[in-house]
Design a protein around this ligand. Structure first.
Ligand SMILES: Cc1cc2nc3c(=O)[nH]c(=O)nc-3n(C[C@H](O)[C@H](O)[C@H](O)COP(=O)(O)O)c2cc1C
Length: 192
């Protein structure tokens, strides 16, 4: 079984999403010591923007192949300018490939990647939950739900938010998110 762990925060060692995604990966590894894990740091080694030749040659698309081979994918994402880091968008551009992760049939689009568990560790400076004044500016969690949903996956989220709202709020958010990460279901199969 394979775990693909991706980080995309630009904030290095001070990154909240990196700390939470590491806790998620650790949770899975503790449950499955034989899990073959690979790690990709999209901020340290950014991918170039999508070009047409990438779309034409899925076998040469290393990010797509690594995604297809993974049973579980853990993604660390900061929340920048109301959405995901552009480094992560570029990675998504490489896995959203017609004929590989989705197809269009007589009944419309069909997701082809539904056999994977995807867990996103998302870190936001402000508050964007239901009822929050800024809820309508949340284009990170909502976007990832839509994109992964399109390819047949219902992603799970571990959210740390309010991180820029003072030390107390940050500590509470991190404690809550790390505890949620440690309490995640340990199975690799997609929940029914
Ligand atoms: C370039 C940049 C843009 C940001 N934009 C937002 C934003 O639009 N809304 C928000 O709530 N927080 C914003 N923040 C705060 C981040 O969401 C917060 O620092 C969070 O911890 C990011 O995750 P990370 O620590 O893993 O990088 C921004 C931070 C940076 C560095």
């Amino acid at each position: 079984m394979k775990l693909l762990h991706i980080d995309s925060s630009i904030q290095g060692a001070g990154s909240a999403s990196r700390a939470v995604s590491a806790a998620v990966a650790e949770r899975l590894r503790a449950e499955h010591p034989a899990l073959a894990a690979s790690y990709r740091d999209l901020a340290a080694e950014p991918l170039p923007h999508l070009t047409l030749d990438v779309l034409g040659d899925p076998m040469a698309n290393a990010e797509l192949q690594a995604f297809l081979a993974a049973d579980v994918v853990v993604i660390g994402a900061g929340f920048y300018n109301f959405t995901i880091p552009s480094q992560l968008k570029v990675w998504l551009d490489r896995i959203m490939i017609a004929g590989q992760t989705f197809s269009y049939g007589p009944d419309g689009p069909q997701g082809l990647a539904g056999n994977k568990r995807v867990i996103v560790a998302l870190a936001r400076g402000g508050f964007y939950g239901e009822g929050a004044p800024a809820a309508g500016f949340e284009h990170g969690e909502t976007y990832l739900k839509a994109v992964f949903g399109f390819i047949g996956i219902t992603p799970e989220f571990v959210v740390a938010e309010g991180l820029a709202m003072g030390d107390e709020a940050r500590e509470a958010a991190m404690a809550g998110a790390l505890s949620a990460a440690r309490g995640l279901a340990g199975g690799l199969a997609v929940a029914a």
